[in-house]
Design a protein around this ligand. Structure first.
Ligand code: HEC
Length: 152
């Protein structure tokens, strides 16, 4: 059981303040728990997104997440299994979770990949993980949308 009261208050204050969006590398409109519009209006590519998800030099999300659709040998279990994430979350919800997971979960170990300040507050072992650019985020959003339990 986590102490949620304090982070929740901080989160609400941040969400209500006009500075809230300054933390994202490109100001984007946050609606509820989602960023519904693609970052910079870019179109994502699911094939590239799979590479961003698995490659160490890019997002390396498999460090913490697994998806049954992947052949990748090592897949992590620190974060939730993403096998059916495309059925569970909208693209906008996925976009915000990748861009700034810490906005939703201030104590999370998941890095905020699209934060201007680059202050991830993650454990030292993850500190070298690269932040992503808008195109990589959109590619990931397109890829995770395909993980919906339906054959493509
Ligand atoms: C250091 C571990 C770590 C890394 C690396 C990481 N995540 Fe996460 N992720 C988590 C954890 C933990 C959560 C659950 C949030 C929480 O409660 O802290 C999460 C949650 C999520 C969620 C929401 C899942 C749901 O079912 O609600 C998505 C989507 C996600 N991560 C995508 C990604 C993507 C894409 C990447 C790579 C760019 C990534 N994560 C990298 C740890 C990580």
């Amino acid at each position: 059981m986590r102490l949620v009261a304090f982070p929740l208050i901080v989160c609400c204050l941040a969400a209500c303040s006009s500075e809230a969006d300054v933390r994202l590398a490109t100001p984007a409109e946050i609606e509820g728990d989602a960023i519904n519009a693609p970052l910079l209006g870019l179109k994502g590519d699911a094939t590239r997104g799979e590479a961003v998800f698995t490659e160490r030099a890019q997002g390396h999300c498999v460090l913490c997440h697994a998806a049954q659709q992947l052949d990748t040998e090592f897949q992590g279990s620190v974060g939730p299994d993403l096998t059916l994430v495309g059925a569970r979350l909208s693209e906008g919800q996925v976009r915000l979770r990748i861009a700034d997971a810490q906005r939703l979960w201030p104590e999370t170990v998941m890095p905020s990949y699209y934060r201007a300040d680059g202050l991830n507050q993650v454990g030292d072992e993850y500190r070298g993980e690269p932040a992503l650019d808008a195109q990589q985020i959109e590619d990931l959003v397109a890829y995770l949308a395909t993980l919906d339990g339906e054959q493509t």
